[in-house]
Design a protein around this ligand. Structure first.
Ligand code: SF4
Length: 240
């Protein structure tokens, strides 16, 4: 009988089918998670994520947006359309966001609107990120992506703590060696695609985004040259 695996239990020699079976259990546990409700951070939990264990590309955002309650997929609103546009500038096909990437975030539930009537959403607190960290670690350990794209400073710092003292403008445009839950991957930081972010108002920052997309293009093309098909599913089916 399969049991939900700890974050560091994904043996490298596990078959794709084994990893998918374990990931299905993790998905079930995340779907039932109420930690942030019980801790008083959010009124209800609605975890959102998408993908399967055969994917070589992963995107880690900050947290789902308000449309998470209406649609079962991450990145189906304006941020998703912006992100898909960025991917196409990096050489990906239309639809690649939801077909070729495992999609997840630091916290899987919408944190609520910005406090005090500000624009956008409330960023998840350090405590909420810590409550959800085990879920993310097990996703990474079981999906085992070669390339992880982080969106925004919080996700980049969580995945590569060595970048904590660097401004986002230095992180975006770089490719970083990172490791979580015993799995090593290349981290490519991008800014958050949220329409309320003012980071991209600076021409210099828009140039950094183009540099980051060029890094992503080269990394993905490198994988294709080495013989991997980013859309390949390792012969396993995905149970949403
Ligand atoms: S954000 Fe993560 S830890 Fe918090 S309730 Fe949702 S799934 Fe659970």
């Amino acid at each position: 009988m399969l049991t939900t695996p700890p974050a560091n239990s994904a043996a490298p020699e596990a078959t794709p089918a084994d990893r998918q079976a374990a990931l299905d259990l993790v998905h079930g546990e995340i779907a039932a998670c109420r930690r942030c409700v019980e801790a008083g951070f959010i009124p209800k939990s609605l975890p959102i994520f998408h993908g399967h264990a055969g994917l070589r590309l992963m995107i880690v955002g900050q947290a789902p947006g308000p449309t998470a309650g209406e649609r079962p997929l991450p990145f189906t609103g304006a941020s998703g359309r912006t992100l898909q546009g960025w991917l196409e500038r990096a050489g990906f096909a239309p639809g690649a966001l939801h077909e070729q990437f495992y999609l997840t975030s630091l916290t899987k539930c919408f944190p609520g609107p910005a406090i005090g009537g500000g624009k956008g959403d409330r960023p998840p607190s350090a405590r909420e990120i810590a409550l959800c960290a085990g879920h993310l670690d097990r996703e990474i350990a079981l999906v085992r992506p070669e390339i992880v794209v982080s969106l925004g400073r919080m996700a980049a710092e969580r995945l590569d703590p060595t970048g904590r003292r660097l401004p986002l403008a230095e992180l975006v445009g770089s490719v970083r060696d990172a490791e979580r839950a015993g799995h090593a991957f290349r981290l490519i930081p991008l800014p958050h695609p949220s329409g309320v972010s003012r980071w991209l108002n600076e021409p210099a920052h828009r140039a950094r985004l183009e540099a980051g997309l060029a890094v992503l293009r080269r990394a993905a093309e490198g994988g294709r040259r080495e013989g991997y098909d980013a859309s390949r599913r390792d012969g396993v089916s995905f149970s949403p």
